[in-house]
Design a protein around this ligand. Structure first.
Ligand SMILES: Nc1ncnc2c1ncn2[C@@H]1O[C@H](COP(=O)(O)OP(=O)(O)OP(=O)(O)O)[C@@H](O)[C@H]1O
Ligand SMILES: [Mg+2]
Length: 348
């Protein structure tokens, strides 16, 4: 993603594309990492739905790349040369959100000293990205519903209806279906948004992508920070592969930045990792295989799970096999046989 192509308004969480950067056609997936089957599926979905103009609801934990995917959809669509306007519905004070979205007329409320164009109008012809839509008040949910249905609205303090042509992409880290059941989110709005759902898997559900992310961030950071960190050791990478990543890709990106800046050059090793991560990694190392559309081989998944547990016990026992066997409550001979079968070796 070309971050340079966007201007961020830090106060409101609004991002408006810089039209000057649109002169050159960009690859919508540039800079987006995802070799795992689940991310490849997401990319295929983006390709398929980009030009459809249908409303899209992106769901995923914090830091999984919802913003990135929303922008990629816009860039893949025929609206790519029109504005991409993003608004964080959760970051704007309740009383300002309506005016941010729909604009206001001079004198509409105290402090409204001039007419203001809202984000829907600013996005006319392009895409509006309603981020954290699950955090919107019930009142505003009603108003959004109207725009979704009729693509028109009235600015605050005005009675003239404004018609817009916008593609709507919404995102949330919440389970909206659950929020509907709890009575926090309007059911009618949910069904308006839930036209094409795209789910972004948590990083711990696509651990195979971690080495690719590491290489990608090393590359980007060495360029932007003018550092020359060459690689990451197998041992350090193993910890990164085992950690649960509650903050997902954002947490990994931030950690890589911290390590690259502090290290400056050479190879990142286990010693360079934060203690917290090293302590938490083993407890969170449960293997969570995914059943994709193509299915999953149960035997392979069970073997993989067994292999990981054996490796973990060996690491814990400093590769003393008697001790590792005790930890797993199996006979030493059983353990030795499995170590052979899985070709497990202590890494240098
Ligand atoms: N697949 C990816 N490839 C490269 N970078 C990624 C990827 N996914 C996420 N990132 C990076 O991780 C960070 C978080 O991504 P993003 O802001 O899109 O996540 P989000 O799901 O919108 O998070 P939040 O719910 O907290 O808003 C960004 O810096 C983004 O560039
Ligand atoms: Mg986001």
């Amino acid at each position: 993603m070309q971050h340079s192509a966007m201007i961020s308004d830090g106060d409101t969480g609004v991002v408006v594309e810089d039209s000057a950067s649109l002169a050159t056609e960009i690859d919508a997936f540039k800079g987006i990492v995802g070799q795992s089957a689940s991310m490849q599926k997401v990319f295929r979905m983006v390709e398929r739905v980009a030009d459809s103009d249908s409303t899209i609801l992106i769901n995923g934990e914090t830091g999984t790349g919802k913003g990135l995917i929303a922008y990629a959809i816009h860039k893949k669509s025929y609206r790519r040369d029109q504005p991409f306007v993003s608004i964080n519905c959760g970051a704007i004070p309740e009383n300002l959100l309506e005016s941010e979205l729909f604009g206001h007329l001079k004198g509409a409320f105290t402090g409204a000293t001039a007419n203001k164009v809202g984000k829907f109008e600013a996005a006319d012809g392009g895409t509006i990205f309603l981020d954290e839509i699950g955090d919107m008040s019930q009142d505003l949910q009603v108003k959004i519903l109207k725009v979704l249905e009729e693509r028109c609205f009235e600015p605050v303090g005005g009675c003239k209806t404004v018609q817009v042509n916008v593609r709507i992409i919404a995102a949330t880290h919440r389970d909206l279906e659950e929020e509907v059941q709890k009575g926090n989110f309007r059911e009618d709005l949910f069904y308006r948004l839930f036209v094409i759902p795209i789910h972004l898997p948590a990083l711990r559900q696509r651990r195979g992508d971690i080495p690719h992310f590491v290489a990608h961030f090393l590359d980007c950071l060495n360029q932007s920070k003018k550092t020359s960190v060459t690689s990451i050791s197998d041992g350090a990478l193993r910890f990164l592969m085992q950690y649960a990543w509650p903050g997902n890709v954002r947490e990994l990106a931030n950690l890589m930045e911290r390590m690259v800046v502090i290290k400056g050059d050479g190879e990142i090793d286990v010693d360079d990792l934060p203690e917290k991560l090293k302590n938490e990694a083993p407890q969170n190392s449960f293997y969570e295989p995914e059943i994709t559309g193509d299915g999953l081989c149960l035997n392979t998944a069970v073997s993989e799970f067994e292999k990981r547990l054996i490796y973990q016990s060996l690491e814990k026992a400093k590769w003393v096999k008697n001790k590792a066997a005790q930890l797993l409550q199996v006979k030493r001979t059983t353990l030795v046989e499995k170590i052979k079968r899985y070709e497990l070796q202590k890494c240098a």
